[in-house]
Ligand binder design. Structure first.
Ligand SMILES: Nc1ncnc2c1ncn2[C@@H]1O[C@H](COP(=O)(O)OP(=O)(O)OP(=O)(O)O)[C@@H](O)[C@H]1O
Ligand SMILES: [Mg+2]
Length: 261
C-alpha cells in the first residue's frame, strides 16, 4: 500500500531492463536483452513475435515462474527480487491467474469442481467456493455446463472453464500463453469473447499469441524480436462479433454463445 493506501497508483507490471541469460555449452544465450515494459490496470496486452523471440521467457518472468538474470520487476508494486521461493509461490497464487494452451483441467472433476480447485488450496469454505465458482463460470458463458466433465465439453468450452479457474481467485493479472493455440476458429471466438468481457470488467490481461486475428482483441500489442521490444502500440480492439474469426464462425453455422448477454 502507498501512503494514501491505494495500490491503484502502481502499474500491475513494471519491468525494467530485464535480461535473461542462459549458458549453453560454454556460450551465452540471451533470451531477453533488456526489456522494459509497464502495464497499467485494465490493459489487455497481446505479446507477439517469432518463435524464439523471448515471449515465453518474458511470460515466465512476469508470472514469477522464473527470475531474470538482471533487471528489476515489480508486480503490483512488490519488488520480486526481495522474495524467497515460498513468498514467490504465494504471490503467484494470490495475484496471477494462468491460462495455458493445453487447458490443464482435471479429467475426473466436473467444470465447477475444476474452478473450485484454486480456492480449495486457499482454504475458502465449501459453500463460498461453490458460489464463486458458479459466478466465474457464468461470466464466461458456461452457466449451463457446470456439471459437465471435460470430455463432455468442446475445446472452447474447456478453455473457458480454464479462464473461469484463472479468475475465480480475483487475481491482479491474467496471463495467457497461446490460449487459442489448440482451438478451431469457432472456439477461438468463444474464448476471446470471454477475454473481452474480462477486459470490459476492468481486469488486466497479458496474452501471448502468434495470430494477428487474436491480437486484434487486445488494446495494446507488444512485439518482440531477438529478446527486445521492437514495437509497442495501442489500438481499438475488435468486438468479438465483428472479427474475421466471427465471420468464419458464422460460416460454420455455430451458435455456441447464442443467448448470452
Ligand atoms: N532453458 C533454456 N536454456 C537455454 N536457452 C533457452 C532456454 N529457454 C529458452 N532459451 C532460448 O531463449 C530464446 C527465447 O526462448 P522463448 O521460449 O522465450 O521463445 P518464444 O518467443 O516463446 O518462442 P515460441 O514462439 O517458439 O514459443 C530462444 O532462443 C531459446 O532457444
Ligand atoms: Mg513460447
Amino acid at each position: 500500500m502507498g501512503p494514501d493506501g491505494s495500490p491503484e497508483r502502481w502499474p500491475v507490471i513494471a519491468l525494467s531492463n530485464i535480461v535473461k541469460r542462459y549458458v549453453m555449452g560454454g556460450n551465452d544465450v540471451y533470451a531477453t536483452r533488456g526489456v522494459s515494459l509497464s502495464v497499467s490496470r485494465g490493459e489487455f496486452v497481446a505479446v507477439m513475435g517469432a518463435s524464439g523471440s523471448g515471449k515465453s521467457t518474458l511470460m515466465n518472468i512476469i508470472g514469477c515462474l522464473d527470475v531474470p538474470t538482471s533487471g528489476h520487476y515489480r508486480l503490483d508494486g512488490v519488488n520480486i527480487r526481495d522474495l524467497d521461493d515460498r513468498e514467490l509461490s504465494r504471490i503467484r497464487n494470490r495475484k496471477i491467474g494462468f491460462v495455458f494452451q493445453g487447458f490443464n483441467l482435471l479429467p475426473t472433476m466436473s467444470a465447477i469442481a475444476n474452478v473450485e480447485l484454486p480456492m480449495a488450496y486457499a482454504g475458502v469454505p465449501t459453500k463460498e467456493r461453490r458460489h464463486r465458482a458458479g459466478g466465474a463460470l457464468e461470466s464466461v458463458g458456461l452457466a449451463d455446463r457446470m456439471g459437465h466433465f471435460p470430455n463432455e465439453m468442446s475445446g472452447g468450452q474447456q478453455q473457458r472453464v480454464a479462464v473461469a479457474r484463472a479468475i475465480v481467485t480475483n487475481p491482479s493479472l491474467i496471463l495467457a500463453d497461446e490460449p487459442t493455440g489448440n482451438l478451431d476458429s469457432t472456439s477461438s471466438v468463444d474464448v476471446m469473447s470471454a477475454f473481452a468481457s474480462l477486459h470490459a470488467q476492468g481486469r488486466t490481461v497479458v496474452m501471448i499469441t502468434h495470430e494477428e486475428d487474436i491480437a486484434a482483441y487486445a488494446t495494446r500489442v507488444v512485439r518482440l524480436r531477438d529478446g527486445v521490444i521492437t514495437q509497442d502500440h495501442h489500438q481499438t480492439p475488435v468486438h468479438p462479433h465483428e472479427s474475421h474469426l466471427a465471420h468464419a464462425r458464422q460460416a460454420e453455422g455455430s451458435s455456441a454463445l447464442a443467448g448470452r448477454p
